[in-house]
Design a protein around this ligand. Sequence first.
Ligand SMILES: Nc1nc2c(c(=O)[nH]1)N[C@H]1C(S)=C(S)[C@@H](COP(=O)(O)OP(=O)(O)OC[C@H]3O[C@@H](n4cnc5c(=O)[nH]c(N)nc54)[C@H](O)[C@@H]3O)O[C@H]1N2
Ligand SMILES: Nc1nc2c(c(=O)[nH]1)N[C@H]1C(S)=C(S)[C@@H](COP(=O)(O)OP(=O)(O)OC[C@H]3O[C@@H](n4cnc5c(=O)[nH]c(N)nc54)[C@H](O)[C@@H]3O)O[C@H]1N2
Ligand code: SF4
Ligand SMILES: [Mo]
Length: 890
Amino acid sequence: MNATQKVIRTTCPYCGTGCGVKALVSPTGAIEICGDDEHPANFGRLCVKGAALAETLTEEGRLLHPKVNGARADWETALRLVADRFRETIAAHGPDAVAFYVSGQMLTEDYYVANRLMKGFIGSANIDTNSRLCMASSVAGHKRAFGADVVPNVYEDLETADLVLLVGSNLAWCHPVLYQRLEAAKARRPDLRIIDIDPRRTATSELCDAHLALAPGSDVALFLGLLTYLDRVGACDHDYVARHTSGVETALAAAKPWSIGDVARATGVVASEIEALYALFATRERVVTVYSQGVNQSVHGTDKVNAILNCHLFTGRIGKPGSGPFSVTGQPNAMGGREVGGLANQLACHMELDDPHHRAIVQSHWRAPTIADRPGLKAVEMFDAVRDGRVRAIWIIGANPAVSLPQADVVRAALAACPFVVVSDAMEHTDTTALASVVLPAQAWSEKDGTVTNSERRISRQRALRKGVGESLPDWRIICRVATLMGFEGFDYQTPADIFREYAALSGRLNHGARDFDISVHEEATQADYDRLAPFQWPSRKGARKSSEAKRFFGRGGFFTPDRRARLVATPYVAPAPHEQHTPFVLNTGRIRDQWHTMTRTGVSPRLSRHIAEPFVEIHPADAEALRIAPASLVRLSNARGAVVLRALVTERQRRGAVFAPFHWTGLLASAARVDALVGAATDPVSGQPGLKEARVTVVPFPAQWFAFALTREKPTSIAADYWALARTRFGWRIALARLKAPPDLRGFTQALLGWRDDDVIASAEDRARGACRFVATRNGRAQGLLIASTQPVAAARDFLVDGFDDAQPAFRLLAGGPAAQADRGGAICICHGVGAKEIEAAIARDAAPSVDSIGRATRAGTGCGSCRPEIHRLVKAAARHGATPAQAV
Ligand SMILES: Nc1nc2c(c(=O)[nH]1)N[C@H]1C(S)=C(S)[C@@H](COP(=O)(O)OP(=O)(O)OC[C@H]3O[C@@H](n4cnc5c(=O)[nH]c(N)nc54)[C@H](O)[C@@H]3O)O[C@H]1N2
Ligand SMILES: Nc1nc2c(c(=O)[nH]1)N[C@H]1C(S)=C(S)[C@@H](COP(=O)(O)OP(=O)(O)OC[C@H]3O[C@@H](n4cnc5c(=O)[nH]c(N)nc54)[C@H](O)[C@@H]3O)O[C@H]1N2
Ligand code: SF4
Ligand SMILES: [Mo]
């Protein structure tokens, strides 16, 4: 840091860990990013995505002004059109004919005004958030058990526990800083036991003492077995159960039939591993169970949640230091959205739609003409209603449902046919903005101001670091202007602080401890207070002495049910339906380390695009062999709903009978990799959350005859291939391609793809024996484009070519017969220091006693943000098992 730089403290816009970020802003506007050592979520750490934030602050691809039917429009015209069309639709078809689909990436202030407009002024509850796809089963499970949606514990409990279970949670890649805190705790206290419960082995498993690769969807059986085991061995906390719970008999009755043998049969895990897990749970005093999408994204998600909560309640292990169930939130403000009422079945500030007293409180606080009194459409239902014409005008804010929602092809068609679609987004081109009648440019992270809540109920400020690009405006302001144009009064907030103050006051209104969510201590916050606001946890009740406010909930009961007791819920196990012959594989979906959702932001970063540059599917070697799928070949996954084509990653980390594919790739970045096109509309009956990890598919080789890898400076305008995937590089784009038949005119094909001009110098080399051909185009002595084609999947050191592309030398060396071996560093592992798998393997081979730390000293890998440490660990372990083996790219 230098003296001219201004320090602005803000919060990372990615995962729900909610790390504090320190931005160093120079007078020139240049921005450097580092971790905020004072923020209690991360104490200075950042993962690779947080560390690369500065790189995403480009104007490239941003939406700079409003557009109506594809043409530039001014704000007044665009907003008036939105207001008029919504008003007309409501007048003609009633308030339920309009809907908002919003996002856990909105700030709380944005959410508050959107919710107030829909539920208090339009008078419908048709506002739902993408958190329906993410947290709805945790919300429903919490409400069933606790009477309110509360995460009882705090992050430090992960560090002080004796046993941590990670259920359906790839923490190493999805909450990397929490994982690092856990890793550091284990290094300090090797006796801390960590068990991973996930059908596939992930980077997270590397730290764990055991990995239980249970059958997909069998979690309820595992936790029913645990409950009955705990009862049998006398691990019940009788005092806690008697004083603070009800329903224990029914829950136990549902669990009784589950012997360890039954659990082994249902989960496919050997009995001894199950028994070892149960014994640890019974005997370790402090236990934390972390869970996320492997639990929530299931048609039995709410039962999975309650099956876990039951075991914690039964043993009194909740809301105590080092003990409790811990649902970790995904998005930066998924938690804030739950608090403010962004779900179609909530009101605001954890108040309920079906409670007349709550409705009266909210309506009067909102000075609202009406108040919705029944739940609106939940995400999947909302798009069904768009499809069948019940919803005739929809406003999508901060989400990309044409990629991320189940039945994505149906969603796309529904939006294309909908009479009026408004999309507020920061980016110009997304799969969803392509379907909009009106697109509105939203300010993005670094430009806007507001608050977010992380997984441990901690509210932090996001602060503007610079002016908004183009004509973009903050979401709250866009929503308020539309509300005003619709004729509604009271949307004249001047700053987010005005909204925050009103919100804080609502949380405390007629509360007196009856409701969990309370931040009324801030109800009189001035602009200056808001500007200074330091991260704080709720509850933060007005008038309560700080010391009297427990940091955790429920350690001594005090649930939010009418009798103040928690409910143990009977959770019968429903085995997944037997496989249909034509769709024999379970399609599990999720995330990778360096990309965020539909890649609209992380996809612009060359550094983040490097770790995994192509959509892929993990498949077990035995399944691959039976289906004649070679490593790195292309495969087609399909079912009645759709099809995708992905690169095969053959790995024993995957179970037989199941495949895993990330859901990040969009229609803009790959020919056919929107995996949500394959996911069905079935949802959990309690929460309405879809089974995003439970689709069924068939898997076959994709019969490509021709393959290519290309680098270009300019993004191709069209790609004449049956398969393609694009990724950003420092100097342009990398493209993987395949065709069912070789292009008849390879030179012409290459010229069109790479955008050659006639005056470019073209060099080429052909290897007829291997059916390979290489082209390099240069302009003024600098590489312009490169293409390697082959009748086999192209085996080239891709990162090496990417790195050397600019000066064209490596490309020419390649033409001369392939890259120098010593220069090929292998697939990217450490992004901070640019260390590849082959360099790490070489260092491991040289090291007498290799460890993650010694390899870090030798190569610097893993010594930056630390996100790659689990992968280095895997390479160290693999070398110990087999001697040095070549690492796979993923
Ligand atoms: N890098 C990165 N980090 C992110 C995100 C991102 O896009 N990229 N997104 C953020 C968001 S919004 C979210 S919600 C979180 C999600 O964070 P996670 O929930 O950790 O991520 P996922 O990869 O969706 O799924 C977790 C695991 O569930 C497993 N699973 C699948 N089926 C089952 C099952 O039946 N039982 C069990 N026990 N496990 C199963 C999968 O194999 C997978 O490893 O990540 C957040 N962090
Ligand atoms: N198969 C499968 N599908 C899944 C999941 C899965 O695990 N498997 N996970 C689900 C989960 S947990 C989640 S959370 C969802 C995520 O799915 P989405 O939320 O639909 O995905 P994002 O790419 O995060 O979309 C956010 C959009 O908001 C835009 N944006 C960024 N900043 C701003 C801003 O400040 N204002 C506005 N207005 N827009 C902005 C971005 O450019 C982007 O287009 O996906 C769900 N879908
Ligand atoms: S763990 Fe990474 S992505 Fe998540 S908040 Fe922290 S820096 Fe951001
Ligand atoms: Mo999520």
